[in-house]
Design a binder for this molecule. Sequence first.
Ligand SMILES: C[S@@+](CC[C@H](N)C(=O)[O-])C[C@H]1O[C@@H](n2cnc3c(N)ncnc32)[C@H](O)[C@@H]1O
Length: 263
Amino acid sequence: MLAEAVKYAAARLRGQGDPHGHLAQQVAIWARHKRHSAAWEPHLARCRGLALSAARACPEGSRRTALVLGPGLLLDVPLDELSALFQTVVLADMAFVPEVRARANRLGNVQILQADLTGCLDRLPEAGTQPLADVLAELAAGLPGVDFAYSANLLSQLPLFALDALPPEWGEEQRAGLAAALVRQHLQGLAALPCPACLVTDVIERGLRQGEVEYEADLLFGVDVGLTGENWIWDMAPGGEAVPGLDVERVVLGASTVRPALA
Ligand SMILES: C[S@@+](CC[C@H](N)C(=O)[O-])C[C@H]1O[C@@H](n2cnc3c(N)ncnc32)[C@H](O)[C@@H]1O
């Protein structure tokens, strides 16, 4: 807890705001990753490997900007390799810890972009009753030639912060409707980008007691991603860490590009 408090304070002291709790979540992920780095590594290596092979498939003459969505702590991002492959790498997230900013600075061609990838967090609850903007199109329009995008374990997280910002008067159905709309907004935004867009996302959470499934939860609010890709298990919180007595794992979907399947 002390290490987490110090990490959080260090980021805040260097000017990183936290209006919706994204920095706090990143610090919590940092702490959990430290506790379970060995259990997480197969998942993280698979994410990095998939993103890298998708990036390498971009034609050599079209490697201007690689856009990484939800890079967080860069655990699942092959940043050095993307930096070597593309003229520019843009990291778009709501918060950045100082270590990530420093790593980006050292590479020289990596830009940090603090942005809300739902486009509505600051305008909730009103914005939750209106059509959602095409945030990714707006983002890409402001960048010099996006030739590759990688959505890095972001999709299932997008609705959570929005749900937290809603008042108690919002009923379950209305909440679930907004959450599903945010999932669809991201998927459609990726599919509409003028480049290959690699998606890695957790889709299902399972709690297991001695290997037997005790609960299973849909992390995408009923939205069918409609993609075939690779599936694997992320051993997220073994040994009762998140839920007493249970090993919590997530089923992950990785697709090297969302475009053909959704076109
Ligand atoms: C589960 S983490 C992804 C793991 C991350 N790629 C890593 O390696 O640390 C989800 C990331 O999405 C970001 N995120 C969540 N909602 C967001 C939003 N509305 N706009 C931008 N980033 C968001 C969080 O700040 C966090 O870094």
